[in-house]
Design a protein around this ligand. Structure first.
Ligand SMILES: Nc1ncnc2c1ncn2[C@@H]1O[C@H](COP(=O)(O)OP(=O)(O)O)[C@@H](O)[C@H]1O
Ligand SMILES: C[C@@](O)(CCOP(=O)(O)O)CC(=O)O
Ligand SMILES: [Mg+2]
Length: 328
């Protein structure tokens, strides 16, 4: 068996706007998805996903239509749940030129699903890495990131950036603008995460932003304004000015909220963090529900969040310096 892990991430700045060519700065965090892959001789795909539960069932399925998980949920939910892994395996087949190959895939993850911490990118990166290695091909980090991006691009119906997948493949803090992806220096940031226990569907939220952008010219300006916040944020990062970073994160949250991707619980957690003295707080990732990211070197924000109704979990996150890890 080959086994790879890849980290999740938080966005310091720039989610959603990055889909329209503005820059974004995500940072990898030490929460990982681990994917084990073994070749099968019969050409079938069998996926065992420990942490993917639908209707209280752990999802285990094969590739053919009559071998889908036996759970009583809508087909659309099932498709949403299984599509990133299916698409990642397609990338493995394509890159190795072995279209007929079958696999047993086992996924284990400590990244909550759909919560803005990049579980989809981490699963795609780790699955493609373990899958290609199972066939004797080891991809460079750049190629791995590009293949994982194609997975997100396909599942999110053509509306995806390279930010999550590049960050997960390479680790650390990165800057992504269009197809220009690079690692950047970042100080050791005092990151606190608040999680409302919920989720948002990235594809749907991205489509929602596309609709408001098409409908209102000022929404296109809002997206450009996020780009300006990111450029200022890069200066603050380079100057190690954590207080300015916090202010800019607050601004970024307001703009995301204007685009309609925040939620009551994300707003509540954001304000609880600010009231507790966080330097800044914003939603991270696609939004709709899930996580906020705050900066606070003191224990106050984490404590306040843990007592905030609607916040299910509050934790510190260390930066993950390493992206994909080859474990076996
Ligand atoms: N542990 C896992 N096992 C299987 N699939 C997973 C796992 N974690 C994430 N995924 C896939 O990623 C999707 C969530 O991705 P997305 O909506 O982009 O949210 P996010 O990337 O913010 O977590 C899930 O519906 C599923 O397809
Ligand atoms: C909204 C977006 O900018 C980030 C989505 O992040 P996540 O899947 O919610 O972790 C979409 C993208 O960049 O592809
Ligand atoms: Mg995602």
């Amino acid at each position: 068996m080959t086994l790879s892990s890849a980290p999740g991430k938080v966005y310091l700045f720039g989610e959603h706007a990055v889909v329209y060519g503005e820059p974004a700065v995500p940072c990898a965090i030490e929460r990982r998805a681990r994917v084990g892959v073994e070749r099968r001789s019969d050409g079938k795909l069998r996926v065992h996903a420990e942490d993917l539960s639908l209707d209280g069932f752990t999802v285990e399925y094969g590739a053919s239509a009559d071998d889908r998980p036996d759970v009583d949920v809508q087909e659309s939910l099932l498709t949403a749940a299984t599509q990133y892994v299916d698409s990642a395996i397609e990338q493995v087949r394509e890159v190795t030129g072995k279209a007929e190959i079958g696999f047993d895939v086992t996924i284990e993850s400590d990244i909550p699903l759909g919560a803005g911490l990049g579980s989809s990118a981490a699963v795609a990166v780790a699955a493609i890495d373990a899958g290609t290695r199972a066939l004797g091909t080891t991809l460079e980090a750049d190629e791995l990131a590009e293949r994982a991006y194609r997975t997100e691009h396909e599942v999110q119906e053509g509306q995806a950036s390279r930010a999550d997948t590049f960050c997960s493949a390479t680790g650390g803090a990165v800057r992504v603008e269009g197809d220009d992806c690079r690692s950047i220096d970042a100080p050791d940031l005092p990151i606190v995460i608040g999680f409302d226990g919920g989720a948002g569907d990235t594809g749907e939220l991205v489509a929602g932003v596309r609709r408001v952008r098409e409908e209102y010219e000022f929404a296109a300006d809002t997206i450009e304004a996020i780009g300006d916040v990111v450029r200022n944020g890069e200066d603050a990062l380079a100057a190690d000015d954590v207080e300015e970073l916090g202010r800019l994160m607050n601004f970024n949250h307001g703009l995301l909220s204007a685009l309609g991707v925040s939620s009551r619980s994300l707003d509540t957690m954001t304000w609880a963090a600010r009231d507790a003295g966080a330097l800044g707080a914003k939603l991270t990732g696609a939004g709709g529900g899930g996580c906020i990211v705050a900066l606070d070197p003191t224990p106050e924000t984490q404590t306040a969040l843990s007592f905030t109704p609607g916040c299910e979990d509050a934790f510190r996150a260390a930066l993950a310096d390493e992206g994909v890890k080859r474990l076996e």
